[in-house]
Write a protein that binds this ligand. Structure first.
Ligand code: SF4
Length: 511
């Protein structure tokens, strides 16, 4: 019999954790993005009570790849071999398909994480920043994977380091492991409760011990987390699309402020460790981050996006010949706009699905090709037409300007932008990578100034009330008690971003 093995915090990373040789491919999507797109920073997934859990985790992470493309990791536990972990840079499909890796991850319980590159604003990711994180406690080991952002992480880290904690990564999520280590509770779920009560901000956490799978959402439920059933086993996932890929049945959402503890024999316990609060789910998950085939709050994301297009057509009609989406995320809203307005829908812009990671070095000449590497205009359709372009958001405006130029070069008579979200004027501090406030076009310009800057014939955004109606709030946004987090549009942050305020960020009330 092989000797049982556990990972200890002080041990060097096991072989499976070692990064690939540095020559990993260039991420063209990130290079071409130019900081002009908002990015979800993570996706989490976990499963218990199935043979070879790692295979299901890998498939789940593959379905969540849109939530993070830079790196991913899986931790499993096997009675004989203990905890095992593999963390890699790159896509799930490139790393967690070979038997050489998957055979190192045995066992009936496992969790995983995909991470978006934060290069630039927070420095390049090191393999030690890639989750899940693991900690060895007196009552056994635990691994955690976190989606969201801890808004008091700097203060917690300072305090923990002063008290002797030795951090291994630069990630805010590692604070949770150290807070758990300092808790005096007798079991790991109770220690996790203790730790998470100290944490502010947004967190959907999937964690595991030797025998338990744990899922927790912050009291406002800012980031998503759903529960599924797979045979006798249970699944936790950021989105329902990852349940579909493994054939799991959707059970329900983990509720805001809820902790579910699932045992290997299939038992599920629900706890409420936090003071109850009104939920403030991220409304941008509906607009852009989640996959259109996911279900959020009982609503199809695709249908919500289509409905945003309907609202846009009602709020911002214009005479035109053609409605075109900016692919892919503008597509459902464009379909809704075309349907409501009666203007024909057409694929005026075609996206090259294979621009992603490539080994072709991005020389200056290639960089100058910019968005043309990713998007191409369907000239035969566009020529001579008054075109309505429907996009999900305007962040810095650089991509919108380039798309407008491509459409005019192709012979369009007029270009009208219709945007399926309100102006993004504030950064997100809850797990979405956003440029600083001064880089956001809507923070520095009025709508008319933005129109002139983009050089289009008209520019309109869906209103905040229109967006709320599209997600099912018939009477729009409640001013006294907003039903969602919409801070990036309204500047009203449901959790004060303590670390950022300390660094000089000014809240709306202070401007
Ligand atoms: S600030 Fe915007 S992106 Fe961030 S959680 Fe709130 S709605 Fe979502």
């Amino acid at each position: 019999m092989r000797a049982a093995r556990t990972l200890l915090e002080s041990e060097p990373l096991p072989l499976a954790d070692c990064p690939l040789p540095p020559a990993h491919p260039f991420d063209y999507d990130a290079i071409l993005d130019d900081g002009d797109t908002l990015h979800e920073e993570c996706g989490v997934f976990g499963v218990v009570g199935v043979a070879d859990a790692a295979n299901f985790v890998a498939l789940g992470l593959h379905a969540l790849q849109h939530r993070g493309q830079e790196a991913g990791g899986i931790v499993t536990h096997d009675d004989e071999l203990g905890f095992n972990s593999a963390r890699r840079f790159g896509y799930v499909r490139d790393n967690f398909t070979s038997s050489a890796v998957m055979e190192t991850l045995p066992g009936p319980i496992g969790i995983g994480h995909v991470r978006y590159s934060t290069a630039g604003s927070k420095g390049p990711t090191q393999i030690r920043d890639v989750q899940p994180f693991f900690g060895e406690f007196s009552m056994g080991g635990a691994a955690i994977a976190h989606n969201g952002n801890i808004t008091n992480a700097d203060a917690l880290r300072r305090e923990l380091i002063e008290r002797g904690s030795i951090f291994q990564s630069s990630s805010d999520s590692e604070c949770i492991i150290h807070l758990m280590a300092r808790s005096l509770q007798r079991d790991i779920p109770a220690r996790m409760e203790d730790a998470l009560r100290r944490v502010e901000g947004a967190f959907s956490v999937v964690a595991m011990t030797r025998t338990k799978l744990i899922g927790v959402r912050d009291p406002l439920g800012v980031r998503p987390l759903v529960l599924g059933k797979l045979g006798d086993g249970w699944v936790l996932s950021s989105e329902t699309c990852a349940l579909d890929i493994i054939g799991a049945d959707y059970v329900r959402e983990v509720e805001p402020g809820e902790m579910v503890v699932i045992t290997a024999d299939g038992g599920l316990e629900s706890q409420r460790p936090f003071r109850p609060q009104s939920s403030r789910f991220c409304i941008f998950e509906h607009v852009y981050f989640s996959r259109p085939d996911s279900i959020i709050g009982g609503r199809s994301v695709y249908e919500t996006r289509r409905q945003i297009g309907v609202e846009l057509a009602r709020e911002a009609p214009v005479e035109a010949d053609l409605v075109c989406p900016v692919p892919d995320s503008g597509t459902p809203a464009a379909i809704g706009y075309a349907h409501e307005s009666g203007i024909p829908y057409g694929m005026g812009i075609i996206r090259n699905q294979y621009v992603g990671r490539t080994f072709i070095e991005p020389t200056e000449q290639i960089r100058n090709m910019g968005v043309r590497l990713k998007l191409n205009v369907n000239r035969a359709l566009i020529r001579g037409k008054r075109v309505i372009l429907v996009d999900d958001s305007v962040v810095r405006g650089t991509t919108s300007r380039k798309i407008k130029e491509m459409i005019l070069d192709a012979g369009a008579a007029e270009v009208h932008f219709r945007i399926a979200s309100p102006p993004t004027a504030w950064p997100c501090f809850y797990g979405v990578d956003t440029p600083k406030r001064e880089k956001l076009l809507a923070a520095t310009m009025s709508e008319e100034e933005m129109r002139q800057h983009l050089g289009v014939d008209s520019l309109r955004f869906v209103s905040l009330d229109g967006l709320y109606r599209a997600v099912g709030e018939a009477s729009g946004r409640s001013a006294s008690c907003p039903q969602y987090c919409d801070a990036c549009f309204s500047g009203e942050y449901p959790v004060e971003p303590a670390d950022m305020i300390e660094k000089g960020f000014r809240l709306k009330a202070a401007e």
